[in-house]
Ligand binder design. Structure first.
Ligand code: SAM
Length: 162
């Protein structure tokens, strides 16, 4: 498989998992968190897919396409180790859907960030809330969910809080 094919497959898997997560939360009340804005592609997709929900974005340093930068009330800029911690008091138990796309390709960094995020997910999510992630952020008690058809295990992760 060429690198182009592999890149396309990765994005198709990401979109399929995001769409599955949006379907899974259905009418469950709660906000959406986007962890890792990057250039804003998945944020833009979530905006389209969840028109009735508030979306809060966490990003170390915003460098997204100008059309894909949230307003200041919906942006937490800085290291997630600080911003997510600060948001926990305000949003605890009130988030319906969290998309975490924080992977850097550096295994040691990614493992540390994933462990940090995984520990906070059950505090942030409402019951029945769903996490969709590029890294394994499963926590004790998380319900692993089936991936959409065509997405191989380990490419993306889906979990629900009981
Ligand atoms: N979902 C994005 C998109 O579709 O364009 C791509 C996200 S990109 C793979 C990962 C992003 O996570 C980067 O913009 C990076 O700055 C951010 N990030 C990684 N680790 C972070 C951390 N510890 N705190 C805050 N942001 C972080």
């Amino acid at each position: 498989m060429s690198r182009l094919d592999s890149f396309i497959r990765r994005l198709q898997a990401q979109r399929a998992c995001l769409d599955a997560a949006v379907d899974l939360v259905g009418d469950l009340p709660g906000a959406v968190f986007e962890l890792g804005l990057g250039n804003g592609r998945t944020y833009d997709h979530l905006r389209e897919a969840c028109p009735g929900r508030e979306i809060f974005v966490f990003e170390r340093k915003v460098a997204a396409h100008p059309d894909c930068v949230p307003d200041v009330e919906h942006l937490f800029e800085g290291c997630i180790e600080e911003t997510l911690e600060a948001a926990a008091g305000r949003f605890g138990g009130r988030v319906a859907l969290i998309h975490a796309d924080l992977g850097s390709g550096r295994a040691d960094c990614d493992a540390a960030v994933s462990a940090f995020v995984a520990a906070r997910l059950p505090l942030l999510l409402t019951s029945g809330g769903v996490v969709v992630s590029d890294q394994d952020v499963g926590w004790s008690g998380a319900e692993p969910l089936a991936l959409p058809p065509g997405v191989r295990a380990g490419r993306y992760y889906l979990y629900r809080k009981a």
